[in-house]
Design a protein around this ligand. Structure first.
Ligand code: SF4
Length: 235
């Protein structure tokens, strides 16, 4: 598999595992092209081709070389594009207390059912990816995922249109734990005053959600990793 990054221990910055110590395994390749993607180096085919192409054993060796962490987060790109083997999953299970995967929910694979935490992050209108076809893919994915005990939904929100869209996602899956993340402008994230921008959008999002009975059970968070590290890679 194309490994763009294997790093940690660090702390998960958003979603249901926010604040937990984790390793990240970032696999290359993505079937979306979100306008505000914060990991373009894991999406752009030319850059992904430059990433190391590692065997299962080599990936496990890379993870073993890191200081220990209780959790492994499989991320991307879209890690679900990769057909991970049973043996590889067993190797990960043996090493970690908990496995998590983050995906936009465009494609199902059986191995996704074997992780402990399945964080599905469908993309709202501001990403440019909220097409009818992608909604159909997401609905198909959720028809497979809805019984997963560790399933959670997370929507990144930049504006009112995104929040309206998030509300429809939550209404379609009202029993699935629902997380909202105030989005970060990628140009701003490289800037020294990134925290002010994050705080402003988080404040706006909190006020919107507090006034919205349909979202009263949502968990609203800023992207904590941006507050800590801006757009730094490998943390
Ligand atoms: S789905 Fe995620 S990794 Fe893929 S382009 Fe969108 S934000 Fe980037």
């Amino acid at each position: 598999m194309r490994v763009v990054e294997a790093f940690g221990p660090t702390v998960q910055g958003e979603g249901p595992l926010a604040g937990r110590v984790t390793h990240f395994l970032r696999l290359g390749g993505c079937d979306y092209r979100c306008s505000w993607c914060d990991t373009p180096y894991a999406v752009d085919p030319a850059q992904v081709r430059q990433a190391e192409n590692l065997s299962d054993e080599q990936v496990l060796d890379r993870l073993d070389a890191l200081a220990p962490a209780p959790l492994l987060t499989l991320s991307g790109g879209n890690p679900v594009l990769w057909p991970l083997s049973e043996r590889f999953l067993d190797g990960l299970r043996w090493r970690y207390d908990r496995l998590a995967v983050e995906t936009q929910g465009s494609r199902w694979r059986e191995w996704v059912g074997r992780v402990d935490s399945l964080v599905v992050s469908p993309k709202p209108p501001s990403s440019g990816m909220a097409t009818a076809e992608h909604r159909h893919q997401f609905d198909r994915f959720m028809s497979r995922a809805f019984l997963h005990p560790g399933l959670a939904l997370k929507v990144v929100v930049f504006d009112g249109a995104d929040l309206d869209w998030a509300r429809t996602v939550h209404a379609s899956h009202p029993r699935v734990p629902f997380y909202l993340s105030a989005g970060t402008d990628i140009a701003e994230a490289a800037h020294a005053d990134v925290v002010a921008g994050v705080a402003a959008r988080y404040g706006w999002l909190c006020e919107q959600v507090a006034a919205e009975p349909d979202l009263s059970d949502a968990v609203v968070l800023p992207q904590l990793h941006v507050i800590a590290w801006g757009q730094r890679v490998g943390v």
